[in-house]
Design a protein around this ligand. Sequence first.
Ligand SMILES: [Zn+2]
Ligand SMILES: [Zn+2]
Length: 201
Amino acid sequence: MESLDELFQKAGELHGSTCPGVILGVQMALLGCHLIDLDEPKRSENRKKLLVLVETDRCATDGIQSVTGCSVGKRTLKVVDYGILAAAFYNLETNKAVRISVSTDARTRAEKLYNHITDRYQAYIQAYKNLPREEIFNAEEVTVDLSSFELPGPPPPRFICDVCGEEIVEGREIKQNGKIACRRCANLPLYYKPVKYLTVS
Ligand SMILES: [Zn+2]
Ligand SMILES: [Zn+2]
C-alpha cells in the first residue's frame, strides 16, 4: 500500500483538486477496508472481494474510488444517494460489512484544533489529514441487502423489450401482460422526459 501522503495525492489527482471531502473519502476508505480485513483492497487477490456502497455522489466518493480501486463500471462501487457523507464497505468473501459515517462533531473538532490556520478550507484539509480516524468517524457493523443482480460478476443475460426492441439486462426487465418491457415502455417514472429523436450524423 502507498503511503498516506501518496494516497491523498492520487485521490486529489483523480478528483481534480484536493478538498476536505476527498480527504475524508480517503480516510473513510482506509478505516472501512481495515474493519472488514481488506487492508490492501487493490491487491489482485482482493480485487473481487470488496463492494462499496456510498451514500453521496459528492467529493468523498472519488477519494473512496482512488483508495479502493472500486468503480461504478466494475460494479464494485454503488452510489445509493441518500445525501449523507457515509459509505458501507462490504467484504463479499466473509460477508462482513461496516458502515462508516462522519461523526456529528468532526467539523467543530477540526475547527477548534486547527484554528491557527486562517484559511478555513485548508484548516479542514489539515484536520482531516491528521486527526485520528476515531475522532472523525463513527463505524457500525451492518448487513447489506443486495440482490444477486447488484453483485459484480460476468455479464448477465439480456432481454429484448417487446415494445421498443432495446436490450435490458436481466433483473431490470418489467413483465407486463405476458410481455417484457423496458422501464420507458412500461410507463414507469424515468430520470428524463423524451423530447424528440435527432438525426445522428
Ligand atoms: Zn471536492
Ligand atoms: Zn422499451
